[in-house]
Design a protein around this ligand. Structure first.
Ligand code: FAD
Ligand code: UDP
Length: 370
């Protein structure tokens, strides 16, 4: 008899497996329908020997010392600050938009103060800010919105930014200084030997059994367990009772090139050209030395593996109906990006899983007192 069946071996499932086994001495079976652990953060050496991220670029960043310290038990880190360029008007310029972006794009020589005036003279007064269009247009005006955000977002999400919650484009800041880092979090680093090596260490415990290539439906009636932790899509768990929750998908096209460097930045975004959104060159992320280089193109798709919940009001309303079902399902805990329909980064999923673990430990303590 397992104490827990954990469905999904990504961050959500693996953090809980590790905590429950090592701290509460629970017997855990963690399963995944894929043939590997790590969920979407899975990385591996391709046939040329280059470390690549199978499901697109994963860059770790967090402001939470709790999350960083927790993961540091399972990996050493390689300091890494991510940088992205966007191909706009025939030039490669830094994104998030910063002072250098504006000076380079318009052939100007503005200072930080002047660029703030530049933004303000173009910004539109919009109140309240509701959509992903509002956030950008109210900060930098319509022209920069059109150059950097409108078409990228239409490609990525299959809808206009005016239809998407403001939280989506709010992920990308606007700066008046020359800081060209993609993130400004306190901790920015990559697992030194990769994500999969980190997951292997998390799951390396005598109380944890791993079963891959297995959909949980296949074993529900065969393997006894007390409680379940579910990290797959929440609508699927309830057989789409209230209809399908929209998730955006991607197709990844991986290539290895016979050159040591392909592009001048780790990621290049293409808002206005090509059917793909961005190209990532992995050696920048991993620091690997190799005479060849591996890149990945991301082609957004409506159908396929669910990667992104789509933040907009009607989807939040539909999710709330599923959340109610989830809350009323005793013995099953829903956690992670797909099961709680949240556009969460890795660190947020780790934090969410640690919070659930604390709740489960508190329940156990209460039971022991009774
Ligand atoms: P997942 O990693 O999706 O794990 C869920 C697992 O459940 C999957 O492995 C799936 O196979 C399994 N599963 C589902 N249904 C079943 C079933 N019926 N039976 C058995 N198994 C099942 N975050 C960052 O912090 N930085 C980044 O740079 C970053 N880049 C990203 C780029 C892309 C293209 C994508 C898609 C995401 C990115 N993220 C990034 C987000 C990050 O991937 C997630 O926050 C994190 O991996 C989510 O972990 P999870 O455990 O919730 O879900
Ligand atoms: N975005 C954009 N242009 C860019 C970069 C981002 O329009 O050059 C918008 C787009 O809607 C994207 C969102 O901002 O989906 C969030 O960007 P982020 O890089 O965080 O996306 P992720 O890495 O999660 O795919």
């Amino acid at each position: 008899m397992f104490d827990y069946l954990i469905v999904g071996a990504g961050f959500a499932g693996s953090v809980l497996a590790e905590r429950l086994a090592s701290q509460l001495h629970k017997k855990v079976l963690i399963i995944d329908k894929r043939n590997h652990i790590g969920g979407n953060a899975y990385d591996h050496y391709n046939k040329e020997g280059i470390l690549v991220h199978k499901y697109g670029p994963h860059i770790f960043h967090t402001n939470s010392s709790e999350v960083f310290d927790y993961l540091s038990q399972f990996t050493e880190w390689r300091p890494y600050e991510h940088r992205v360029q966007a191909s706009v008007d025939g030039q490669l310029v830094p994104i998030p938009i910063n002072l250098n972006t504006i000076n380079q794009l318009y052939g100007l020589n503005l200072t930080s103060f002047e660029v703030e005036d530049f933004f303000q003279s173009r910004a539109e007064n919009i109140s309240p800010l509701r959509t992903s269009e509002d956030v950008v247009v109210s900060r930098v005006g319509r022209e920069l919105y059109e150059k950097f955000f409108r078409n990228y977002t239409r490609k990525q999400w299959g809808m206009d930014p005016s239809e998407l919650d403001k939280s989506v484009t709010s992920r990308v800041p606007v700066r008046t200084n020359r800081d060209d880092r993609y993130f400004s979090d306190t901790y920015q680093a990559m697992p030194l030997r990769g994500y999969t090596a980190m997951f292997e260490r998390m799951l390396d415990h005598p109380n944890i059994k791993i079963m891959l290539n297995t959909d949980y439906h296949e074993i529900l009636d065969l393997i006894p367990f007390r409680e379940m932790i579910y990290t797959g899509p929440v609508d699927e768990y309830f057989d789409f009772k209230w209809g399908k929750l929209p998730y955006r998908s991607l197709e990844f096209k991986h290539e290895t090139l016979d050159e040591s460097v392909h592009q001048p930045a780790p990621v290049v975004n293409f808002p206005n050209e090509h059917p793909f959104t961005r190209i990532t060159e992995f050696k920048y992320l991993t620091g690997q030395q190799h005479p060849k280089t591996s890149i990945v193109y991301e082609y957004p798709k409506a159908e396929g593996d669910p990667y992104y919940p789509v933040p907009k009001p009607e989807n939040a309303a539909l999710y709330n109906k599923y959340k109610k079902l989830a809350d009323d399902t005793p013995g099953v805990y829903f956690v992670g990006r797909l099961a709680t329909y949240r556009y969460y980064n890795m660190d947020q999923v780790v934090a969410q899983a640690l919070t659930l673990f604390k709740k489960l430990s508190a329940t156990k303590e209460k039971e022991q007192l009774l």
